[in-house]
Design a protein around this ligand. Sequence first.
Ligand code: IDP
Ligand code: MG
Length: 151
Amino acid sequence: MASERTFVAIKPDGVQRGLVGEILARFERKGFKLIALKQLTPSRELAEKHYGVHRDRPFFSGLVDFITSGPVVVMVWEGDGVIASARRLIGATKPLEAEPGTIRGDLAVNIGRNVIHGSDGPDTALFEIDLWFESAELNVWIPSDQRWRVE
Ligand code: IDP
Ligand code: MG
């Protein structure tokens, strides 16, 4: 399994509800490597680019209003198979259908307030990392426990 990078964002509801630490801990405990992390309130232009694929959906303007309503915490995680694994940790888009044990399954009830975003594939991950981060913000580092890991 090849090492990958994915983009994850804790949405304004996750920040307002004090869930940042809880969510970061799940990715850390799983064993993925954090290579970038910051908090910002996104501009409308940034949010519209990020959700551009949904431009024609009825919920688009409400989604952009929400994402720009306050600070989000954005991050890049690295590891084997991290793109699909992060989506599994996050759970289904509709929180009421998300399995218990997933972030949305445990922490959310409303599709419009589903706490977290994760890239849905390799192309999206590249696009979103490039959209939200400068390359100098991505930290290349080797965890000190790396020698215990096996293929
Ligand atoms: P995802 O976040 O699981 O990838 P997408 O289908 O890409 O789900 O939708 C992006 C985001 O748009 C969702 O996380 C949710 O916040 C919002 N969204 C999707 N569908 C609806 C809807 O029917 N009503 C309101 N918001 C929606
Ligand atoms: Mg999506």
